[in-house]
Design a protein around this ligand. Structure first.
Ligand code: ZN
Ligand code: ZN
Ligand code: ZN
Length: 259
């Protein structure tokens, strides 16, 4: 079995939003408190993180993560990469550098945003001991295959990732026809569902439900959630096999059938 741990499930603002007095932002329900979106994925052979959001340090501490084998980055928006520097302690003892995989365009953005990492540490300073690697197809880390899933995020092409029978897709507004075969026979699908009103760059809850009906995973978990979505009321209306993810949630998934 594999295990996915949701380190964060919020949209780019995080929930609560700065300066907002709406019922969700002022709610005392812990399920309505959302760090920016990220997950830890563990199998028997590998432990990886997908995205390093601004709260990455707090997420790592909260989940008790002490080591990882690789990092995968979906795209270079701030809410997905701005905790990258906090890879310092997780990467320092990794021989040859902790591998960080991203599409070529995201990798180029990372190299630009974190130029000082590429240049290397100056005297007395520490920088993440990472290797930023362009991902142009499936790669194998510690015996586990990770398959990139190209999706659209507004006008940009970004990546989701499949490991075993689990796929993680965030910040998606459109799945190209050619990516559906990569989503066959899933045990767990994680998919973004921002809110109810339409948005150019993200699926709404109803669009995400349409995708779940087409992809037909055993179970689906929605993430990258905005403050319009109250966890308890919206959860009550979802189909039995569809759930709102929340920070700290852990979900097991089947590994057999990895291609
Ligand atoms: Zn985002
Ligand atoms: Zn609010
Ligand atoms: Zn984004």
């Amino acid at each position: 079995m594999g295990l996915i741990t949701f380190l964060g499930t919020g949209t780019s603002h995080g929930i609560p939003m700065i300066g907002c007095d709406c019922p969700v932002c002022v709610s005392s329900n812990p399920y309505n408190k959302r760090f920016r979106s990220s997950v830890l994925v563990e199998t028997d052979s590998v432990r990886i993180v997908i995205d390093t959001p601004p709260e990455f340090r707090l997420q790592v501490l909260r989940a008790g993560i002490r080591s990882i084998d690789a990092v995968f980055i979906t795209h270079s928006h701030a809410d997905h990469i701005m905790g990258f520097d906090d890879l310092r302690l997780l990467s320092r003892s990794v021989e040859g550098g902790l591998p960080c995989y991203a599409s070529s365009s995201t990798a180029a953005d990372l190299r630009r945003a974190f130029q000082y990492v590429i240049r290397g540490a100056s005297k007395g300073a520490t920088v993440p001991n990472v290797r930023i690697i362009d991902m142009n197809g499936p790669i194998t880390v510690c015996g586990e295959t990770v398959i990139p899933i190209p999706v659209r995020h507004g006008t940009e092409e970004i990546l989701g990732f499949r490991i075993g029978k689990m796929a993680y897709i965030t910040d998606c507004s459109y799945i190209p026809e050619s990516s559906y075969p990569l989503l066959d026979d899933l045990d767990v699908l994680v998919l973004n569902a921002l809110r109810f009103r339409s948005h150019d760059n993200h699926f709404t809850v109803s669009q995400a439900l349409d995708e779940v009906r087409r992809i037909r995973p055993n179970a689906a978990y929605f993430t990258h959630i905005a403050h319009e979505v109250d966890h308890d009321t919206v959860s009550a209306d979802l189909p039995d096999n569809v759930h709102l993810a929340y920070d700290g949630l852990q979900v097991a998934f089947a590994e057999e059938g990895t291609r």
